[in-house]
Design a protein around this ligand. Structure first.
Ligand code: PMP
Length: 413
């Protein structure tokens, strides 16, 4: 174990907030390294959900009574928290969604409806998650628009020169991942946005894997849309947020029709509500919004600098240990700027077999294509074993994974 890492975080104290981590699976201590798929929840988030249902529940925005107003105040306070999380200019630019996928689909339908026409081009990249590919393919089918793809290098970095060459007056939207879930690559989203703006294209950033690790600042990036999911930032499932610049959201038609999103309805004509409610039809996921805000507060209390310092140390330690202990390990994704995600292959062993053996030794990793099939095809591999770390992970847990991998190697080769 690495003894020299200066740690501002008291990891043992933090782990006390995550009871789920203190369990055994198959009589072995659980090592949870599947954080890129979903992170665990601190007690504070779980208590926020319980507290809401025990003390505060009523429908929001419509009631004159005490409980409804209390729920509404807390719901809108959570929107303020989300605004600060994004560093958005206004909370009117914050739309609650079901998560990243839902946010991208909202933009693909609504922005797509108003802004995309036949022959327009939408640029994505080779390392996109399926949820940042398929909605655009569907939009291109509907509108007879064209999807263009930024290639990547063997290290797993975007080919920025190729990107510049793809940009033209036909480009209407650039939609790229901030941090790759499969490779860990952190993309230069500010530079990507600036280039897109030089041809007057709009920009969406998929922040599903960036939000758990770093401070998000949509004004600094300059993007038009930014999306992420609650369940990846230590919050509940089924909740997330979309940031959209006010003037673009104003110009977009509603995504879904129903209650909450209207101002007046007659059989002849309906007028729509103001932002952000125009995009939030129906009773929202009130309880999970409460937990979502507490998760953001929790991340703030841990501190982004602390999170990054610890996770970077974990990433370096795990990468070094893998390389030192396994002659035939191949790390997939060696970008200079990387988040705490390591994808790898061990010799000719199938990732699934490695993952299944690690599981029996208490180590939870992800195996497969990680919803990035086109990326796996580009790299000519069936998938990877992926260990992804959060701030509550430890160097000892990495040692346990390395020992388990040694045993797996003996069994498989
Ligand atoms: N984009 C990226 C980069 C992701 O990692 C994920 C989740 N694996 C998604 C989008 C989709 O997120 P969700 O399933 O929470 O909608």
């Amino acid at each position: 174990m690495e003894a020299t890492t200066a740690m501002a975080l008291n990891i043992e104290e933090i782990r006390e907030d995550f009871p789920i981590l203190h369990q055994e699976v198959y009589n072995k201590p659980l090592v949870y390294f599947d954080n890129a798929a979903s992170t665990q929840k601190p007690l504070q988030v779980v208590e926020a959900l319980t507290n809401y249902y025990l003390n505060d529940h009523a429908n929001v925005h419509r009631g004159v009574h005490y409980l409804s107003q209390k729920a509404t105040d807390k719901f809108e306070a959570a929107r303020e928290t989300t605004k600060r999380f994004f560093n958005a200019e206004s909370s009117d630019e914050v739309i609650f969604t079901k998560g990243t996928t839902d946010g991208i689909n909202l933009v693909a339908y609504s922005f797509g409806e108003a802004f995309i026409k036949e022959g327009d081009e939408i640029i994505i990249s080779t390392m996109e998650h399926h949820s940042n590919i398929v909605p655009w393919q569907m939009l291109c089918d509907r509108k007879k628009a064209i999807l263009r793809v930024i290639p990547i290098s063997d290290k797993g970095e975007l080919d920025m020169e190729a990107y510049q060459n793809l940009l033209s007056s036909k480009t209407k939207l650039v939609s790229v991942v901030h941090t790759s879930n499969a490779l860990g690559t952190i993309n230069p989203v500010k530079e990507i946005t600036q280039s897109a703006k030089s041809v007057n294209a709009y920009v969406l950033i998929d922040g599903a894997q960036a939000a758990p690790h770093q401070k998000i600042d949509v004004q600094e990036i300059g993007c038009d849309f930014y999306v992420f999911s609650g369940h990846k930032i230590f919050g509940p499932t089924g909740i997330g947020a979309l940031y959209g610049k006010r003037e673009i959201l104003e110009a977009m038609p509603p995504y879904q029709g129903g209650g909450e999103m209207i101002k007046t309805v007659t059989f002849e004509k309906t007028t729509y509500n103001e932002l952000p409610f125009k995009f939030e039809a129906g009773t929202p996921n009130i309880a999970d919004v409460m937990g979502f805000a507490v998760a953001m507060d929790y991340m703030n209390s841990v501190g982004y600098e602390n999170i990054q310092a610890h996770e970077n140390a974990l990433l370096k330690y795990a990468t070094d240990q893998l390389k030192q202990n396994f002659e035939n390990v191949r790390i997939i994704g060696e970008a200079d700027n990387k988040a705490s995600v390591i994808s790898f292959l061990l010799g000719n062993a199938h990732p699934y077999d490695v993952g299944a053996l690690l599981d029996k030794m208490g180590i939870a990793v992800r195996t497969g294509h990680h919803c990035t099939e086109p990326l796996m095809n580009r790299l000519n591999i069936p998938g990877t074993v992926r260990a992804s770390f959060a701030f509550y992970n430890t160097f000892e847990e990495i040692d346990l994974m390395i020992n388990a991998l040694k045993r797996a190697e003996k069994m498989l080769m």
